[in-house]
Design a protein around this ligand. Sequence first.
Ligand code: KG4
Ligand code: ZN
Length: 391
Amino acid sequence: MIKNQRIKKRYILGIDTSCDETSVAVVENFKILSNIMPSQTEIHSQYGGVVPSLAKLAHIERIDSVVELALKRARISLEKIDVVAVTYGPGLSIALEVGIKKAKEIATQIKKPLIAINHMEGHLLSSFAVNKNSTNSSKSIFLKYSSLFKKKPALGILISGGHTQIILVKNFSDYQNVGESLDDAGGECLDKCARILGIGYPGGPVVTKFAKENRKNVTYKIYNKNQGRYVELINKNSGEKYILPIPMAFTDDLNFSFSGLKTAFAELSSKKIITKENILDLCSIIEIATYEEIRLKVEKAIIQYNPFEIWLGGGVIASAYLKSVIRKIAKKNNIAVRVPFSKKLTGDNAAMIAIAAAFKIERFGINLPNKIAGIYLNLFDEIDRDPSLGF
Ligand code: KG4
Ligand code: ZN
């Protein structure tokens, strides 16, 4: 039935300047026509983390040329854009402001609606983005899922540098935050541990790379002892032994905590002579411990909410090892897993923001009621931050 229906092409320009990526994208419904994200890593790496004032300056310097490039790559003129979507938070406020100001400017110029999107909703829906050759229609995907939601919810597992969350998805735009980190995020834990080892920034990809290289050299076991859960890792060549606790392993809730793990890691590292081999082993054990904590809570959430599907999003999802850990539990429970089709969609990017806007339009129409979507159709001065988004 849907096949014969004419699907309206809607071009959305998305902007995300929540952290250190000045990202602009153009999508046609769920299809990515362009997704530009010049990284500022080279600016911040010397400081071992993102410096907000420098991020803001870099956004201001780059935003116009990135908008231009996104339109050029999409082969579309600004006048053809139907909607502008922008991240309103969470993120660094002085960095967010740059994108919001530019989005308002563009929407005013072309007299088109502006939709404000929660950055985490972008990560949540990032696996729905399709490449420009896809024949999938956004309408059919939307309708298929809308009927699935009548029977069961989905679970969003978002692991990034700023957040670690389990989102119960009852429908598109109907979310409940059922678990989150009480302190550091999963990616932040990897970044901080990498900083302790002095192996670079951002640390997540380096830890992943080193742990992968080292997989053949180590064995490990995970065990419970005295009401705690632990990872013990042994290097098969040197016989060196490492132990880390898994925080929050037996709490009844779906929350996470990573700052204690980082402290235990710092202590463990300080007891080891820092050789190349030991650094690789330390990367292996922090990877296993971090993902074991995530695995435990995802499994608990599956039992509690019986979802039909798991949606993965956030920078840390780029780790093949983490994906395999989650896929294993999902398979055991007969649940499908959605992952973004490209690594470019796991980290911060504007395409996911434009896709989230496309979903809002599918659900509520283009004239979204202000309260539902955090939209300010008439270009109100203040963006309506919608608490019903749940995060
Ligand atoms: O989603 P994201 O780009 O930014 C935030 O919204 O925070 O996530 C960044 C996080 C960083 O902590 C980074 O170290 C981590 O994602 N990350 C990875 C990998 N690539 C990025 N962690 C593990 N393995 C990776 N390949
Ligand atoms: Zn993010």
